[in-house]
Design a binder for this molecule. Structure first.
Ligand code: ADP
Length: 450
């Protein structure tokens, strides 16, 4: 097992990883930018190293600084969390060259899944159903028109290097396709330095349902069920739940087995998420994330399995002892991402938290690095914390969520808590009857109504 883990991240996920390390008896090193010197995970870590000024490229993405921090502290492994360097295959290789373990999959798997065109081809070859679309990258307007005519409009142009919903453009008709192609290309070039794009059928009313997997890199892999992340704004997840309100145990078993068997064929190591769109009873692969996800706690709440503990143990070379039949799903869990943003305009609201009170009681979990007097720096994402609620049934979970949201106090900054208080009382959320576009429509109506 590792002796000392350097946590190459910040915010709630750095704290979450630190907690897992403490429970495993592993020493921890926090790294931080000058803007994060007062962060909770820095206070709680055994050691901490300042790795640079506030901009992420000079600190959390600064590989020489991170290597120096490993060297100074003698850390033998690095946990990258999510975002930053978590899906950077080159970083995993550099660590390996320095005899430091990367807590994540093999570099080759990160690389394959990081290119969405390659990922889709790989998924298809492994027997995972994919969204109909171009076989690979689109190289000319003529090719795009030919593929679009085959699959039918509307179509979606997507960036091979895409992430965070960027570089995606819908073409409703043939007339708009050339424009969508060039906009997606230039957006992708600007955001990722790579203008490769591909074409997909644009699904009108899908849900976003993803499968959590865990593998030991030696041919053993299991699935931990699905998460429904259909509540989205600008292709970003806002609320996640497990199980999905719309799939049956038989469907869960089938898609879970399809994915787990693909991971066994790949000898996949660590945690991963295979993301699907789901429409009219069918699953369509969109991408795979080769890291821990923000929304992993909902899976932990319904399975009782500590995903980061498992991730660390398999990264250290321990065999995965969990068998598929050990994974038992109990009750229902919902996560709300509480952001430091205005609840209707979504304008970021960094600043000092003057009062902070988190809800408690049975079935309530708050993953957050915030505390009273903490100042949210303006340089990073606006996540204040995640409220995760568990109940025996979805109804109990919703009832508990309403209660917990009413108890949650974060003063001094704007947060999205009022939005969740409204959402949890809508008939669509109560019924679980929402697709990936529902929130945008709802928000447009709300603003009209004000
Ligand atoms: P990113 O890597 O940028 O997050 P994804 O491929 O994961 O991109 O897609 C993000 C979101 O975009 C999905 O959750 C869904 O809301 C929407 N989306 C992606 N592909 C399609 C599609 N073919 N049809 C309709 N919506 C899509």
């Amino acid at each position: 097992m590792f002796q000392k883990i350097l946590i190459a991240n910040r915010g709630e996920i750095a704290l979450r990883i630190l907690r897992a390390c403490k429970e495993l008896g592993i020493a921890t090193v926090a790294v931080h930018s000058t803007a994060d010197a007062d962060a909770m995970h820095v206070r709680l870590a055994d050691e901490s190293v300042c790795i640079g000024p506030p901009p992420a490229r000079d600190s959390y993405l600064n590989v020489p600084s991170l290597l120096a921090a490993c060297e100074i502290t003698g850390a033998d492994a690095v946990h990258p969390g999510y975002g930053f360097l978590a899906e950077n295959a080159r970083f995993a290789e550099i660590l390996k060259d320095h005899n430091i373990h990367f807590i994540g999959p093999k570099a080759e798997h990160i690389r394959t899944m990081g290119d969405k065109i390659e990922a889709k081809k790989t998924a298809q070859a492994l027997g995972i159903p994919v969204v109909p679309g171009s076989d690979g990258g689109i190289t000319s307007d003529e090719e795009a028109h030919r593929v679009a005519a085959e699959i039918g409009f509307p179509v979606l142009v997507k960036a091979a290097a895409g992430g965070g919903g960027r570089g995606m453009k819908v073409a409703l008709t043939a007339e708009g396709l050339s424009q969508a192609l060039s906009t997606a290309r230039s957006e992708a070039k600007a955001a990722f330095g790579d203008d490769a794009v591909y074409l997909e059928k644009y699904l009108a009313k899908p849900r976003h349902i993803e499968v959590q997997v865990l593998g030991d890199g030696r041919g053993h892999a299991i699935h931990l069920g699905e998460r429904d992340c259909s509540l989205q704004r600008r292709h970003q997840k806002v609320w996640e739940e497990a199980p999905s309100p719309v799939i049956t145990p038989a469907q869960r078993h089938e898609i879970g087995e399809t994915v787990a068997s693909a991971m066994r064929k790949l000898n996949y190591l660590g945690v991963g998420t295979v993301e699907f769109l789901y429409e009219d009873g069918k699953f369509y692969f969109i991408e795979m994330n080769t890291r821990i996800q923000v929304e992993h706690p909902v899976t932990e709440m319904v399975t009782g399995i500590d995903l980061i503990n498992e991730q660390i143990r398999v990264a250290a070379g321990e065999p995965l002892t969990l068998r598929q039949e050990d994974v038992v799903f109990e009750g229902h869990a919902i996560e709300c991402r509480v952001n430091a943003e205005h609840p209707t305009t979504f304008r970021p609201s960094p600043g000092k938290i003057t009062h902070y009170h988190v809800p408690g009681g049975l079935g309530i979990r708050v993953d957050s690095n915030a505390y009273q007097g903490y100042s949210i720096p303006p340089y990073y994402d606006s996540l204040v914390g995640k409220l995760i609620v568990h109940g025996k049934t979805r109804d109990e979970c919703l009832m508990r969520l309403r209660r917990a949201l009413d108890e949650f106090v974060v003063d001094g900054i704007d947060t999205t808590l009022p939005l969740f208080r409204t959402l949890v009382r809508t008939k669509e959320m109560a019924a679980g009857a929402y697709d990936i576009h529902w929130l945008e429509h709802f928000l447009a109506e709300e603003i009209k109504g004000v």
